[in-house]
Design a protein around this ligand. Structure first.
Ligand SMILES: NC(=O)c1ccc[n+]([C@@H]2O[C@H](COP(=O)([O-])OP(=O)(O)OC[C@H]3O[C@@H](n4cnc5c(N)ncnc54)[C@H](OP(=O)(O)O)[C@@H]3O)[C@@H](O)[C@H]2O)c1
Length: 256
């Protein structure tokens, strides 16, 4: 692993809010130089300020990662600004809930693109830089939806299963280059936009969780960065569950 251990360059996709923002800030707290990303530059103002407050140098890059040329530009701007890329966290995603029989062609494709295509294109974009440096780390944010039924989210579950598969294959293909590729399969996390902000959804979920509470974005960020920055070349190709030990099926959102 060739990472600059003191000040690694960490790229976090889709980091204007939610878990991505927590990962960007936690990376800065650990001394990283951070690249934040959104499809709209104006959405990055707050996270840039948060990262700077946490002591990190930050670069904001507007890019829609469904497009290979924009993913390539994100990697090129990160490498040109900071001189290298040590860590890529593929956090960008998108989801809406609908029974499978009601999904339109566009609805299906939009969720596959937001979760799986963005992840592949960002991995492919950073590969030449990681390769030239002699290594680096990628962490793909996945979901327990990939590991068991996720009612009313068949597109998302399939996309995240694709992310897990991609993780294992890239880990295999890129191990000779010193590139580690892992995924973290998250259970429910209480972000600003989470459906678990609704009292009924939250109560239903918490009643099923062994620890009786939903994860916070900050504790997800700690686990993701531990996995990225661990000094173990052999830790690759893993899909790590971060679900508080919950093994049940999540109920679809309460739409009443
Ligand atoms: N929250 C949970 O309970 C939970 C559970 C399991 C797994 N996860 C996974 O954890 C990750 C973060 O979750 P979250 O709840 O924080 O998600 P989120 O709030 O939806 O944030 C994801 C961000 O990705 C960005 N994005 C979407 N499409 C993009 C594209 N084409 N190019 C660049 N950026 C794009 C969006 O930002 P812009 O609109 O600014 O572009 C969006 O804010 C996701 O991978 C999610 O699937 C979350």
């Amino acid at each position: 692993m060739s990472a600059d251990r003191e000040h690694p360059v960490v790229v976090v996709t889709g980091s204007a809010g939610g878990i991505g923002r927590s990962i960007a800030v936690e990376a800065a707290r650990r001394g990283a130089q951070v690249v934040v990303n959104s499809r709209r530059a104006e959405r990055l103002v707050d996270v840039v300020a948060d990262v700077e407050r946490a002591g990190g140098e930050v670069l904001a890059v507007e890019a829609d990662l469904r497009h290979g040329d924009q993913a390539d530009r994100l990697a090129a701007e990160a490498a040109s600004h900071f001189g290298r890329i040590d860590v890529l966290v593929n956090n960008a995603a998108g989801l809406f809930f609908a029974p499978a029989e009601e999904l339109t062609d566009n609805g299906w494709r939009s969720v596959i693109d937001a979760n799986l295509t963005t992840t592949f294109l960002a991995c492919r974009a950073v590969f030449p830089y990681l390769c030239d440096q002699g290594g680096g780390t990628i962490c793909n944010l996945s979901s327990v939806a990939a590991l068991r039924p996720h009612p009313h989210a068949s597109h998302y579950a399939a996309a995240k299963a694709g992310v897990n598969s991609l993780t294992e294959t890239l880990a295999y293909e890129w191990a000779p280059h010193g590139i580690r590729v892992n995924a973290v399969a998250l259970g429910a996390v209480l972000t600003e936009a989470s459906r678990f902000r609704r009292d009924t959804d939250r109560a239903l979920m918490e009643a099923q969780l062994p620890g009786g509470r939903i994860a916070t974005p900050d504790e997800v960020a700690v686990a993701v960065l531990d996995l990225c920055l661990v000094e173990s070349e052999y830790l690759t190709g893993a899909v790590v569950r971060l679900d508080g030990g919950f093994r049940g099926v999540m109920a679809p959102p309460d739409t009443r």
